[in-house]
Design a protein around this ligand. Structure first.
Ligand code: F3S
Length: 150
């Protein structure tokens, strides 16, 4: 299926049933997600209330393991920067976090207790678009190929 994003008015809502109904092609099965506001903040209030230890900790933010999350939603109101969304409520700007939560949760270790927030949390908490400032290699995203010399 091809989508025209500039014509799409559904805010990515089509992706939830599509991905869940067809796990084989994408390998994705996501329930709740950690998104951009968590980056460089890592308040970790969310971790303390999770009944199934589904959070995974990376250097700059947390993700949720879709295989462990039970969709209880208790973590959503705990996050002081509103970084956690149910898959079906996720703003379209955060669409890339669907894949990131699923993939990085298989690589990063479990965090099951709150820790001190990132030292720069207060400085970063109101910033947006923080994902683009992270090292692509760290996220497993291939950097753009360099322009060949002519
Ligand atoms: Fe991140 Fe919010 Fe949890 S900032 S670590 S999702 S409480």
């Amino acid at each position: 299926m091809l989508c025209s994003l500039h014509l799409c008015g559904t805010l990515n809502r089509c992706a939830a049933p599509c991905i869940r109904g067809a796990r084989a092609p994408t390998g994705l099965a996501v329930t709740h997600l950690v998104t951009d506001p968590c980056i460089k903040c890592k308040y970790t209030d969310c971790v303390e209330v999770c009944p199934v230890d589904c959070f995974r900790e990376g250097p700059d933010f947390l993700v949720i393991d879709p295989d462990e999350c039970i969709d209880c939603a208790v973590c959503i109101p705990e996050c002081p920067v509103n970084a956690i969304y149910a898959e079906e409520d996720m703003p379209v700007d955060f669409a890339s976090f669907l894949e990131l939560n699923a993939r990085l949760s298989r690589q990063w270790p479990t965090i099951s207790r709150s820790i001190a927030p990132s030292p720069e949390a207060a400085q970063w908490k109101d910033e947006t678009g923080k994902l683009s400032g992270l090292d692509p290699e760290l996220l497993g995203i291939s950097p753009l190929s360099p322009t060949p010399n002519r």
